[in-house]
Design a protein. Sequence first.
Length: 410
Amino acid sequence: MKFSDTLFSAFSSLRSNILRTVLTTLGIIIGVAAVIAMVGVGAGAEQRIQGVMDTLGSNVIFVNNGSSVSSGARGGAGSLISLTEEDARALQEEGDAILVAAPSIRTSAQVINSSRNWFSSIYGAGSGYLEARGWDIVSGRTFTSQEERSPTKYAIIGQTVATQLFPEEDPIGQMIRIKRVPFMIIGLLDEKGETPWGGDQDDVVFIPITTAKTRITGGDRFRGPFVQSITVQASSAGEIMEAERQITEILQRRHGIKPGQPDDFTVRNIAQMVTARAQSERIMSILLASVAGISLLVGGIGIMNIMLVSVTERTREIGLRMAVGARPKDILFQFVLEAVVVSLIGGLIGITIGLAGSIAVARVGDWPIVASPIAALLSIIFAALIGIFFGYYPAYKASRLDPITALRQE
């Protein structure tokens, strides 16, 4: 038989019982759709993680104060104030793998401009902090060295603060008040977007650390030389482990921490902070992969069962074909082709549903989805292989029928 005749015969047989064909392909549809969604979610997760690394900095390390211990009771993270501005200078000067070490303190306050106001995060930090975090100035300038050392009343604001306080104005040169202290805006930061934990990186105001201590956070525990954290930029992403080692050694020496004693500081890098978010996204991908595998297995078994039923129902037809000259291999090829056609139809529908579902998830759940043409192609190939694998036995059984016995079948 010609291939075109066999293909036409396969479609005719499947069309004769459309409902059964649809039910047969259901497992393949669900499996392929899950594969497409899994690949899209996985690729989107990688893209999201890379985006986070780009915004936060892949070679950034955060050094924070440790926890205090009083009468056996341990305080929370940062309860033991041990880091100083001198620590930051020592890290930058002594650490070969350290490019920048910038001290900072943070608080929150109402920022006021005339009749508008906005509650924002206030950072006492210098230009080194902006450099370490990869924050670019899109308008205006950053602080000078003299301004950082003096209690000058200058501010650099993020895009969110600019939008809320100066929706239709250029903020450069404008005045804002923080805790009744007036500040002149000298710089506008480029947009950074969200953090891995959902925070708005653009909702910030930077002022010199000396000004923050004397005018904004005066009276709290970060007076004098003490700081809340030190942000370190390693020389490169490949040097981040060496930079962590140098940070630990330098601070242990400066703080007089002996071997076996707990550190009075903590060191964390961006990769560690993103790991928890990445783990949850990988779990979802594994879940989808499990659903896909089970669905494809069920779909393949369904194809085998339906093809066995089809062989039983069409025994007389098979005998008639053999009687007029059809060879066993023709019968084998016809039934395998039918199984492959069923799988391919299910695969195509599954790809469509998978892509539609991925787009819906991306829009509703704000989850990045990356469509993969390679995944779609592999899904089609895999669906065809399922058809061949699970359809071969029924096809072989049909090809081995005795023509005379088959013709006698009612």
